[in-house]
Write a new protein. Structure first.
Length: 293
């Protein structure tokens, strides 16, 4: 979450600093990021004196089926969490970087922006993310002072309070971002470097989200991030790197949405994976015309 109190003249600098939030690179910025206990939010009372503690949820997306079905599930769980006790979630925007409207415009609040010029994304569509946010910041009008920048493969497990305070954004410490493996995460390096240069200090929350199958319990986490494939034997043993007898991997559904009522994991599979599949099943059972992408 990042505060939005900026002038139009500062938009370019602000965009350079804000892009990639809430996920700041861990290895690159340890010299200035302040670590806090997972219970930090308890020391920041509800509202914390802020005139409007609510935050806007923004997610960048393409018009590909792979992105669409994930956004529909994300938005479903956003709506389920938004008005529950403890929530400081405000509005929601899907920042669509296809350059044209699609068939989800009436289902999900959407702001259409232009894609990067041909070839600039290096074949990796997510590099549109910083450019999309910059256009959104320049043109959109939102009521909230704070923004949570999410991704389509995020599921809100429970109501999310505003974890940012003052000028200190809240972030999650990714454990797999390494300086030697930077081709596809260069936008996060750019964010980390810009933040360091301009003195933007983050508070890291390890409980911000959980990533199955590596983390076995949802615990106190607010978000499930299903970026990894989950492969298991029918005895509940993880077979990561090898296709399991039971599996769920979002990449199985690049050109179509997953079917309704996915088979639940076998006994012995961690609770985080079971919870993920159950939440996907609930969303697909309740989203109208689920197969229409």
């Amino acid at each position: 979450m990042r505060k939005m109190s900026i002038g139009r003249g500062s938009l370019c600098l602000f965009a350079a600093v804000i892009i990639g939030f809430p996920f700041a690179t861990y290895n690159f910025t340890t010299f200035w990021i302040r670590y806090q206990d997972p219970g930090l939010v308890k020391s920041v009372p509800h509202g914390s004196g802020r005139v409007n503690p609510k935050f806007h949820v923004a997610v960048t997306a393409s018009d590909a089926p792979y992105s669409k079905w994930q956004c529909r599930i994300m938005y479903y769980w956003y709506k389920r969490s938004k008005d529950r006790a403890g929530s400081e979630m405000g509005g929601f925007t899907r920042v669509l970087h296809s350059g044209r409207p699609d068939n989800l415009m009436e289902e999900i609040p959407t702001f259409v922006v232009d894609p990067l010029p041909n070839g600039v994304d290096q074949g990796y569509v997510v590099l549109n993310r910083p450019w999309a946010f910059l256009q959104w910041l320049e043109k959109a009008k939102i009521e909230e002072e704070y923004v949570l920048m999410g991704e389509p493969d995020h599921i809100f497990v429970k109501p999310l309070p505003n974890l940012a305070h003052g000028k200190h954004p809240a972030a999650y410490p990714f454990f797999y971002i390494k300086p030697a493996e930077n081709e596809k995460i260069l936008r996060r390096y750019a964010y980390a470097v810009a933040s360091a240069l301009h003195g933007v200090k983050h508070t890291l929350h390890k409980e911000f989200m959980v990533q199955p199958p590596w983390e076995s319990k949802v615990g106190k986490s607010y978000i499930i991030h299903y970026t990894y494939g989950c492969d298991y034997t029918m005895k509940g043993e993880l077979t990561y790197g090898k296709i399991g007898e039971w599996r769920f991997d979002k990449r199985q559904y690049l050109n179509r949405p997953p079917p309704k009522n996915l088979t639940l994991p076998p006994p012995g599979v961690p609770e985080s994976v079971v919870r993920l599949v159950k939440m996907i099943n609930e969303a697909t059972a309740n989203i109208p015309r689920w197969e229409d992408i």
